[in-house]
Design a protein around this ligand. Structure first.
Ligand code: KG4
Ligand code: ZN
Length: 338
């Protein structure tokens, strides 16, 4: 069988990324141009700034991805691009670049959902056996997704308000941590203890949905109250208490979903899947299940949990095999739903 090589683009938020992926599995090249420094002084991603940076680097990193993979356009079987969800102006840069390349070369185009990308980062690490169950936790989304096969899936749980990563970033701001705050809060959490006992919303409900805004408010109120009475709280204990609440809910609901749906593989994806506490907890909880009920666990490499084009290439390979191509009418869809 002939190898399938895909050149992939990702530009939905604050990373511009290109990659060449062979057979949906092997990363032949991966370039990630991050803009985090440019956004940090604003405390979050500024859409216009993001678009401008994407434009500046996208041609250059297309060339770099090809040359690092020792490829020319002739070696590429499909061009893949994230077309949503994300910032519309940011998405448009990747979509326009991919469409231009497809038009100029005649290479077929594939549109990819960013969230599916986070889920399929696992495919770059190990073979996913289906049905699979994914906990997708990023800055914009928090979902439990059941995958029947590489291209058919169902969302069985979702957040009713904030995404997990968003909650990390918001409480991080209160603690004076630069955006994105998740990594630092994770590190602090390991230095502290769960002394505050923040609420675990919806944990005992018999659905698979989440809510993190109550936790965020409880956290912020605790900090403001301490400020008013000039009491200094221990930031490590605050971080540990917040993280324990997030992980308790995520782990509890995900394990219940695993017990109900009995997937062959459990996958984690998205920026928050880089969280050490969550990775350790999920692995430990799954190891406690009876042997015959334990799914294979695939935790993507930490550097592939954040936004990158390799994961987009992984999804595109599955769509390629399923014959799902796009044409030049492909447009950015900022609120694209899985
Ligand atoms: O998936 P991602 O790169 O972008 C989106 O598609 O949203 O996720 C970024 C999010 C940010 O909210 C960031 O704070 C969070 O992932 N994050 C973490 C960790 N590393 C990144 N959250 C918790 N623990 C971490 N170690
Ligand atoms: Zn993302």
């Amino acid at each position: 069988k002939k190898d399938v090589r895909i050149l992939a683009y990702e530009s939905s938020c604050d990373e511009t990324s290109t990659a060449v992926i062979k057979n949906g599995r092997d990363i032949e090249s991966l370039i990630v141009a991050t803009q985090i420094k440019s956004h940090q002084r604003f405390g979050g991603v500024v859409p216009e700034v993001a678009s401008r940076h994407h434009i500046e680097v996208i041609s250059q990193i297309t060339k770099e991805a090809l040359s690092e993979a020792n490829c020319t356009w002739k070696d590429i079987d499909a061009i893949a691009v994230t077309y949503g969800p994300g910032l519309v102006g940011a998405l448009l840069i990747g979509v326009s670049a991919a469409k231009a390349a497809s038009m100029a070369t005649g290479i077929p185009l594939i549109g990819v959902d960013h969230i599916m990308g986070h889920i399929m980062a696992a495919q770059l690490k190990d073979e996913i056996e289906y049905p699979a169950l994914a906990l997708q936790v990023s800055g914009g989304h928090t979902e439990i997704v059941l995958l029947k096969d590489p291209v058919h899936f169902e969302i069985i749980g979702d957040t009713r308000d904030d995404a997990a990563g968003e909650a990390y970033d918001k409480i991080g701001r209160v603690l004076g941590v630069n955006y994105p705050a998740g990594k630092t809060i994770d590190a602090w959490a390991h230095e502290g203890k769960d002394t505050f006992n923040f609420p675990r919303a919806m944990m005992e409900d018999d659905d698979y949905d989440f809510s993190f805004s109550g936790l965020k408010s409880a956290f912020i109120n605790t900090c403001h109250h301490a400020d008013q009475i000039h009491e200094k709280l221990n930031k490590y204990d605050l971080a540990a208490s917040f993280q324990a609440a997030v992980i308790d809910v995520l782990a509890h609901k995900t394990i219940r979903a695993i017990k109900q749906y009995k997937p062959k593989t459990f996958i984690m994806g998205g920026g928050v899947a880089a969280n050490h506490g969550l990775r350790d907890r999920m692995s430990a909880e799954i190891a406690k299940l009876p042997k015959q009920d334990q799914p294979k666990v695939i935790l993507p490499d930490i550097k592939l949990c954040g936004d990158n084009a390799a994961m987009i290439g992984a999804v595109a390979y599955n769509l390629y095999n399923d014959g799902q191509f796009a044409d030049l009418t492909l447009n950015a869809d900022p609120s694209l739903e899985l």
